[in-house]
Design a protein around this ligand. Sequence first.
Ligand SMILES: Cc1cc2nc3c(=O)[nH]c(=O)nc-3n(C[C@H](O)[C@H](O)[C@H](O)COP(=O)(O)OP(=O)(O)OC[C@H]3O[C@@H](n4cnc5c(N)ncnc54)[C@H](O)[C@@H]3O)c2cc1C
Length: 469
Amino acid sequence: MTRANRDCDVLIVGGGGAGMAAAIEAADQGAAVAVLEAGTRPGGSTALSGGVVYAAGTSIQRAAGWDDDAERMYRYYMTFNRWNLEPWLIRRLCEESAPTLGWLLGLGVEMPVDGLYVSGVEDVPRGHHTRGSGAALLEHLLGAASARGVAINSGVRVEALLVEQGRVAGVVAQGAVMRAGAVVLATGGYGANRAMLAEFNPEIAEQDERWSFYFGSETSRGDGIRMAREAGAAVTGAGRLLVNASPGFSRDVADFHPPWLVFVNRHGQRFMDETWPYCIAGHRIEEQPGRRCFAIFDEPARAASPSRHPFADKLGVGDFAYSGDRLAAEVATGRVIAAASLDELAARAGIDPVGLAGTVTRYNADVRGGGDRQFFKQGALATIETAPFYAAEVHAASFGATSAGVRIDPDARVLGADAGSIPGLYAAGETAGGVLGERYVGGGNYLSNALIFGRIAGRGAAADARQSA
Ligand SMILES: Cc1cc2nc3c(=O)[nH]c(=O)nc-3n(C[C@H](O)[C@H](O)[C@H](O)COP(=O)(O)OP(=O)(O)OC[C@H]3O[C@@H](n4cnc5c(N)ncnc54)[C@H](O)[C@@H]3O)c2cc1C
């Protein structure tokens, strides 16, 4: 296909973080770039996000006095995921993380030094918070793309890839063909597509939707994954998902569980520090027998719980799932079980009564003795000794992003079942699998994936389009 037969050199499907990063890079390579965006405006989950980006060896870390580098991030990332990842992808992610942070700062994205924090369980802080969160991050990307002449078309949902003589040569949208030298699929994940969730994460899809729900962009319908598969792409990462724990009272993100309650499994045993970071907590809960977990507390703890979320400002949330008033209201709905004794509570919740009694006795003794000697939980601990006693069932099954996607190589080329690349086709962000592992390394892991591989895809697609002209 000559340049004259094309509508553009590089066509980007999806205007979220990955798509806009790809568009900017492709334009910087001299390509004529068009973005087709299904939503009424670009943004997707990126615009809803906290804007935290995970990176090592950055100028912000140095300014905060931290010594870090890509090799150290790589070791942590691989070990945290039991080395069950393709090193070529993870090494590229780690090596490109600091340059991408610098690139974002160069675009005017503000990441204050005091916004740097330990966002997972790493020993060096790598979570870089964007001032203004994901909405501001997206605005900067949009501004940079517009300044480079990228054509952004919203309200256009791409339906299929155009494949000619074994090469991806464009897309079909709204019944019309649009031709390009190379195509980047950046349509986000499949969180809003329950059928795809059932295929890739059946153990989450089969749970009650009171707990098993998606809180990301409603346009995350797995379109890019479906289209790439139709063109012969392989899929990787099935079974992986970062799950958040919630008592299921609402669809709020509820990954803060106050220190005054204890979690027990159906044997009545504690199994974690209830305040562990979300990159660990959800998985620990879903590993329990039958995936069942109960938050146990008593009346004085309930009555003393504040109505405002302790991190309301930081998280931008309103209601607090564990507020005293909310818990009282949930007793009335039956979603919190109340009982006059621990034995009765155990019987009604389906928890082993002997296990629960033993756990509470030991825990109370620890609290009276000055601390949690089993899991070393910090914070305002409280004994569980004054009726009514309460149990709220907690599931780790809600999620804001998905991890399975089309297989790519380190240059973001989409790979087929034979591990060879599909000519003219690139993917990045949640559309691509393989970078997100069985464990989320920390806040910022998803955006790093989207931005870093988006940039790589944009550069590769521009070069590809040039060569194929
Ligand atoms: C509340 C929340 C907070 C989060 N906070 C963080 C955080 O702080 N740090 C972090 O690392 N991750 C975070 N995440 C996850 C992160 O935001 C996403 O993984 C990341 O933004 C995905 O980027 P993406 O470009 O792949 O997808 P998206 O940003 O979702 O972009 C995909 C775009 O493609 C469009 N699209 C879909 N189908 C089509 C189609 N057929 N044709 C055309 N366009 C289409 C969509 O409308 C969308 O605009 C958060 C997620 C949520 C929901």
